[in-house]
Structures are given as C-alpha cells and as structure tokens.
Design a protein around this ligand. Structure first.
Ligand code: PEP
Length: 260
C-alpha cells in the first residue's frame, strides 16, 4: 500500500436533494466508526456541499467536489471555482469519464483543474481509464500514459504529493461490467511506472492509486486485496447505505490484515 490509509470515495453523482443527502449522511455517520485506517470521502452534488460541510464530522468523513471550473473567479456564469470550494472540500474529482465524455472535457481542461485544485489547497483525484473500444484495440497502456501526462503536465514533485489517481475503465463505470482484478493490478502497475518515469521511484511508490468501476459490497474485497490498490471509487453502490457501509468495513478489515 502506498499510504497507511485505505481511501474509499463515494461519488453520489446527480443523486440526493438537500434533505436526502443530509439524512443519508446522518445514517452513514451512525453506521461508520471513526477509524484511522480508512479515509472515507463523500462526493455529493455541488449544491449540497456547503451545508453537508457543516454537518460532517471531519474526523469521520471528508468531502470532495464532483466538479468545478478552473479559473479562480470572473465572468463564468453558472460555474463554481476551486477557490470558492476551499474550506468546504478537501478533495475534488477531476477527469471523471462522465465529464470527459458527456461534457467533452479535454486533457487541457483537466490539467487546468488539477492545477487550480492544488493552487487552492484541494487534493485532486485525477481519474483516468480506457474505453471499451480502446481496450479491445490494446490501447489501455497508451491511454493511461496520455491521460496521466495530459493531467499532470507542469505539476512539480511537491505538488504531486497531494494528488490521488483513480483508475476507472470507462466500460466498467455504471455498467455492472467487472474488471478482472489481475487486469486492474496490471493497469495500476502501468500507472505507477509512468509516475516513476515522470517523478521518480519514491513518488511512484507513494502516490495513492484507487480503482473504480461497478464495485459493490460483494466485489470490493477482491479489488482491495490486490497489490498496489490503495482504495476504491464507488458510484452506484455509494448511494446504497448498506452496501457503502459494508465496503467501508471491508476496507478497514483488509487494511488491518495488510498491516499485520
Ligand atoms: C464512478 O462514478 O466513479 C463509478 C465508479 O461508478 P460505479 O461504481 O457506479 O461504476
């Protein structure tokens, strides 16, 4: 494991209104013990972030933005900046496949966001992964390399220390299609090799790399127990209280076993 803590991110996507989000957080807080072994990060919709930030026990959960605009301020109607999120969230998801594919975000947009997050003391969670077509053409390694280089360009070694990488094959997100754990290990090894090439051995060993893609309570342990997997990004199963609670307790168990 690159870090002592296993990272579990719940990406709620465009689910839960304010009341539902608050109630869910209340119930989750009752189910989950404060543990030093697992960093539980919740990524609700932007609208609910500020009020959840007042409800949350920050020793128990952290908040992540699902999205923001990379400029700090200005005439950008409808947008929210990392500067405005500072103090509310500790992390931000960047480069999620839904942002890349539905909202056409480019590697340039993504690296601008990584830099904006770092500039505003928010830890970027850079999400990368290949499409089904790219996988079937044997392009996974090249895609991971391009998205890493594209997202991290101009970032110093010191700035890289706040970055978390998430490997999320596009074909596995929200589809129920499960990646084979040994393929995940291989992809994560590729990611660390590229980080090594760009920033050196220590950075490659230390950077947290997570897996995401249709992980549920039944499959979480299969991924968490793989070498090089420092945690999970959970979409659909994170809005199911029982499933998410169970994933967090599995993360705790596996983390403790690995430390023995
Ligand atoms: C995600 O949105 O990052 C994700 C992994 O979703 P799901 O778990 O639903 O595949």
């Amino acid at each position: 494991m690159a870090s002592d803590k296993t990272i579990i991110i719940g990406n709620w996507k465009m689910n839960f209104n304010m009341q539902e989000a608050s109630l869910y957080l209340h119930k989750l807080a009752e189910n989950v013990k404060v543990r030093r072994s697992v960093e539980v990060i919740l990524a609700p919709t932007t609208l609910t972030l500020q009020s959840l930030s007042m409800q949350i026990n920050r020793r128990q959960f952290k908040l992540a933005a699902q999205n923001f605009y990379w400029r700090d301020h200005g005439a950008f109607t409808g947008e929210v900046s990392a500067r405005q999120l500072n103090g509310i969230v500790e992390y931000a998801l960047i480069g999620h496949s839904e942002r890349r594919h539905i909202f056409h975000e480019t590697d340039k947009d993504i690296r601008n966001k990584v830099q904006a997050a770092v500039r505003n003391k928010i830890r970027p969670v850079l999400l990368i992964g290949e499409t089904a077509w790219e996988k079937s053409n044997g392009e996974t390694e090249a895609v991971l390399q391009d998205q890493l280089v594209g997202g991290l360009l101009n970032l110093t070694s010191e700035e890289l220390e706040s970055v978390v990488i998430g490997y999320e094959p596009v074909w596995a997100i929200g589809t129920g299609d499960k990646a084979i754990p040994s393929d995940v290990v291989k992809a994560i090894r590729t990611i660390r090799n590229h980080v090594k090439h760009l920033y050196g051995k220590v950075a490659a060993e230390n950077i947290p790399v997570l897996y995401g893609g249709s992980v549920d309570a039944d499959s979480a342990a299969d991924y968490l127990s793989q070498p090089g997997v420092d945690g999970l990004v959970i979409g659909g199963a994170s809005i199911d209280l029982h499933a998410f609670t169970s994933i967090i307790s599995k993360a705790h168990q596996i983390n403790q076993e690995e430390k023995k």
